[in-house]
Write a protein that binds this ligand. Sequence first.
Ligand SMILES: NC(=O)c1ccc[n+]([C@@H]2O[C@H](COP(=O)([O-])OP(=O)(O)OC[C@H]3O[C@@H](n4cnc5c(N)ncnc54)[C@H](OP(=O)(O)O)[C@@H]3O)[C@@H](O)[C@H]2O)c1
Length: 330
Amino acid sequence: MKAATIARYGSPGVIEVRDVPAPVPGPGEVLVRVHATTVNRTDCGELLHPTLIRLLTGGGRSRRKILGLDFAGTIEAVGGSASRFKPGDRVFGMCPFRNDGAQAEYFCMAETGPIAQMPSNLRFDQAVVCEGAFYANPIIEHFALRPGHTILIYGASGAIGTAALQLAKDRGAEVVAVVAGRHRELMRSLGADRVVDYTTDEFDQLGRSFDFVLDAVGKLGIRRWRRWLKPGGVFAATDRGPWSQNLLFILWSKVTGSGRVVVPLAKRGSGQAFVNELRDRIEAGRFIPVIDRRYPLTAIADAYRYVQSGEKAGVVVIDVATEDRAAEPG
Ligand SMILES: NC(=O)c1ccc[n+]([C@@H]2O[C@H](COP(=O)([O-])OP(=O)(O)OC[C@H]3O[C@@H](n4cnc5c(N)ncnc54)[C@H](OP(=O)(O)O)[C@@H]3O)[C@@H](O)[C@H]2O)c1
């Protein structure tokens, strides 16, 4: 099979698309034929700092040779005792870090992992959207958003930001999205109540009117978010923040028990339930995939370079197999 392989870790230049033996599903595993995958910030982090990412994700000891988290494809074969899926089923989800990843024509994963029947209304190349929502969901759940709440989402144009915006609107909260002006129409189309361009005076004039602030790109300093939160308001971030300052605030929040700064993560083992729920949301029109650029597998190094630029909106797709598209929805 063709796969994007990593001979040594480092810059995107180390990625080589070449032929490698296809994996064989073990007991309880499925072999997935990948139609589409993505390059995301987690992949970029793993390419540069494999040991750190494996520590954070419980990915086991050995570094893997093929990266890639999000996937959409078909079941090619099932291993002994696997019974949830049958060959030909259209599936999507997230490839666990313990296995070689989805930036290849085939990969194997446990059928008990984060894999589900694909939303019936999407094409393969539209369904590779789990990762951003997976990280956004525990934050929105932790906030327990409801009508009457106001939330500011900073960097709402990224994979996590676009997902957080939709999940927050779905719970009835009022959402102010802070983005570059070029994303204004996208934010409106996803339901933002107000869009503020971070390069304008309007951004500097934002006042103390939010129950929650989410920094979805890890760029906010405390001087900003503290000024926007109402008394008792809560700040969450998806990254360490400028000069890793969020680490200090999380520690302070834990030690004092204030709960004012949080980084909620998904519970271990919750992936499958999450992917099933996301499928239902997508089919009900309550979650819209946001797709930026697409690249063929042969140009995956260029996709890594683009994602590393920090400029993508939503998801960057890698088309792995395109020959079956004619029979797909949309
Ligand atoms: N907590 C976790 O487990 C976890 C997992 C994955 C990723 N992360 C981290 O979460 C962050 C977001 O990930 P992601 O995949 O959603 O990112 P992403 O898709 O790469 O986000 C990029 C978006 O952020 C916008 N942006 C860049 N600089 C900005 C700024 N100064 N102010 C406001 N918006 C800005 C960009 O648009 P413009 O350039 O047009 O502004 C772009 O649309 C990253 O720092 C990533 O490392 C955390």
